[in-house]
Every structure is written in structure tokens, then in C-alpha cells.
Write a protein that binds this ligand. Structure first.
Ligand code: ZN
Length: 345
């Protein structure tokens, strides 16, 4: 960790917390849309931890978690290393209460498209330029990245997701997930060298471990998301020796033990309102009905079955990325449920 750490316009010397912005984009009114950033530089040496939230504009729980940690829980005097906090990574999505950037309908994280948005294009469209600025200013100088998202229904499961396919980041990612302490979903396919340079892929290619943290009740600032998020992140800081203290286990939330694997997205075959008969985290047998789609006369059109023995982590219940978690109503092909399994089920 250097004596001085600079992110955008914020430069923090040892023992300082500084605020600033990462330069963003300019609208046609010549109004600038920048990305607020906080930088805390500890008194002593240690890793640089980057916390980011609201890559998707409606997922704001992580913004509160970052601010609680940086403004209440931590001070430069008890920190070994540095913390960079970016409460809202995509202000274009956040300002319009939308999942994606309103200006070009793109996903800052790079997902959900045949030609994913990359973070290595300085001359691209508006959202690509935000991703490029975030990579250049913040992500690439981090030793650890916490990428905080949230599912939008309050009864989703808390989970972390890590990719163990790349040897340069595997060990640290396992350590981060274990310390955070919620249901952990693991991917094992390595990110190939020619994978598109999204923020997450660039991190892997540069040997920077980036964990995905999914809180719940995404449109709100609420419990238990705040407590679980703060506790989990402080746990990660403890196991990487950035602060003193013992890891505190997560409490009062459902946690599926073991190593979990995402299996599939269940889609609707009919259109209408939808009711859910099971809660995320309930164990389901293959073929068990967990939801019913019914028409506006009240007749049930489809009984939706679980495709494997396993669990549901959330009901996204919308179309695709642009409307995730919008209405409890579906059309043919709409996303209904993320299904996963555990090696200890
Ligand atoms: Zn998200």
C-alpha cells in the first residue's frame, strides 16, 4: 500500500479519509454525471480493499453498507491497508431508478448481452466509458474487490458467488466467501484469456479476486441486509488482517450449507399473475410444484415444477435484465426462479 492513494479526485495520505469523484460522462445539457468515491488510507500497511455497489441502479442496499463501514465502523487509525468505497457505480441507472443505464440500456457489469460491455474501451458509448473509468481509477489498483448486488424481493436468500476456475484468485476467493458467511455459490469454469473484458473478467485476468455479494430487498435500505452486509465485510477485513477481531458468524437468516452450484433459470411457459408456494431456501424435490401461473379469471394455467432436487435463491419474476424484479406477473419465457444445488443437501 502506497503512502498516498488516489482515486479520481480523492487523494488520501496515511491516516486520512477523503471524498471525491471519478469523472463520468456529460449529458446533452453539458451536465456532468460523475461517480462519488470515498478513500480511506490506514495508518499501517495492508491490502487495498475496493467495495462497490449499485452496478445495477435499483440495488442500493450495498451503498448503505459501504457508507456504514466507511463513516461509522472504520477509522484510518484502526485500519491496516486502504479502503476504496464506491456506493453507486452506475449513476446513470441509479438516477432513473432503473436496473440498466437509461441512456443506452447497457449493463455496467457487462452481463446479459451477446456482445458484453467491456471496461477497456475509452472511446465507447456512455456506459462503457463509466466502466473504463471505474477500471482505470479504482478496480485495477485493488487487491480485493467486493461487488455488492441485491435481489429485489425481501424473501430471497443472501448469497455470495465466486469463480474458482482461475488459480491466481481461487484461494483468496474461498477465504472471502467463508468469512462473509452466507450461502456460497461456486463456478468452476476458468475465465479464458479471450473472454470479453468486463470489469469482473478484467479483475480475474489481472489476478484480483472479486467476490459477488447478493443482499436482499434491493430497492430499499433495510434489515437484515445492512447488518449482514456490514458484518460479512468486516469479517473479510479480519481474515485479511486489515482490522483486529474475530469472525462473527451470520445469524437469523437461512443459510444453505456446503458448496452450492447454480443449475438453471426456470422460465414461464404461460402468461399471467404468479403465486409462489415455496420460500427461497426450502429444499425442493425434482418435479415439486413451487409456483402457479393464473389468468385474470383466476384459473390456474401452469403449475411450475422444480427441475432438480435443490433450492431456489430468488424469484426474479420479470422478463430479463431490464425488468428484473418488477411485477409479480409473467409472460411466456419470463424468468421465474434461479435454481441451485448443494453438495451437502
Ligand atoms: Zn445486480
Amino acid at each position: 500500500m502506497p503512502d498516498e492513494i488516489t482515486v479520481g479526485t480523492a487523494t488520501a495520505k496515511r491516516g486520512e479519509l477523503q471524498k471525491g469523484i471519478i469523472k463520468g460522462v456529460e449529458l446533452n445539457t453539458t451536465t456532468r454525471i460523475d461517480i462519488p468515491v470515498l478513500v480511506m488510507n490506514g495508518q499501517r500497511d495492508g491490502p487495498t480493499l475496493l467495495m462497490v455497489s449499485t452496478q445495477h441502479g435499483i440495488e442500493i442496499q450495498g451503498a448503505e453498507v459501504i457508507l456504514r463501514i466507511m463513516r461509522e465502523k472504520m477509522s484510518p487509525g484502526n485500519l491496516r491497508g486502504a479502503i476504496i468505497g464506491i456506493p453507486v457505480e452506475n449513476p446513470l441507472a441509479f438516477m432513473h431508478h432503473q436496473y440498466l443505464s437509461w441512456i443506452d440500456n447497457l449493463d455496467l457489469g457487462g452481463g446479459g448481452s451477446d456482445s458484453p460491455l467491456t471496461a477497456d474501451e475509452p472511446n465507447g458509448n456512455a456506459t462503457e466509458r463509466l466502466a473504463y473509468a471505474l477500471w482505470q481509477e479504482a478496480w485495477r489498483q485493488a487487491d480485493l474487490v467486493l461487488n455488492i448486488h441485491c435481489n429485489t424481493r425481501p424473501d430471497s436468500l443472501f448469497f455470495t458467488e465466486i469463480n474458482l476456475g482461475n488459480s491466481s484468485t481461487r484461494e483468496k476467493l474461498e477465504k472471502m466467501a467463508q468469512a462473509f458467511g452466507v450461502t456460497n455459490v461456486v463456478e468452476r469454469d476458468p475465465i479464458p484469456d479471450d473472454a470479453p473484458d468486463t470489469l469482473a473478467n478484467l479483475a480475474v485476468k489481472n489476478g484480483i479476486p472479486a467476490i459477488l455479494i447478493e443482499l436482499i430487498d434491493g430497492r430499499w435500505i433495510s434489515e437484515p441486509s445492512t447488518t449482514v452486509g456490514v458484518r460479512g465485510i468486516l469479517n473479510i477485513m479480519k481474515v485479511f488482517d486489515m482490522i483486529d477481531g474475530k469472525v462473527e458468524p451470520q445469524e437469523d437468516i437461512p443459510i444453505i450449507p456446503g458448496t452450492c452450484t447454480w443449475r438453471e433459470m426456470v422460465h414461464a411457459n404461460r402468461g399471467g399473475l404468479i403465486r409462489f408456494l415455496k420460500t427461497p431456501g426450502d429444499f425442493l424435490k425434482k418435479g415439486e410444484v413451487f409456483a402457479e401461473i393464473y389468468d385474470l379469471y383466476g384459473d390456474v394455467l401452469e403449475r411450475v415444477e422444480c427441475p432438480v432436487d435443490g433450492y431456489i435463491w430468488s424469484y426474479p419474476c420479470g422478463d430479463i435484465l431490464g425488468t428484473s424484479g418488477s411485477l409479480q406477473a409473467v409472460q411466456t419465457g419470463a424468468q421465474i426462479a434461479h435454481v441451485f444445488t448443494s453438495d451437502q443437501q
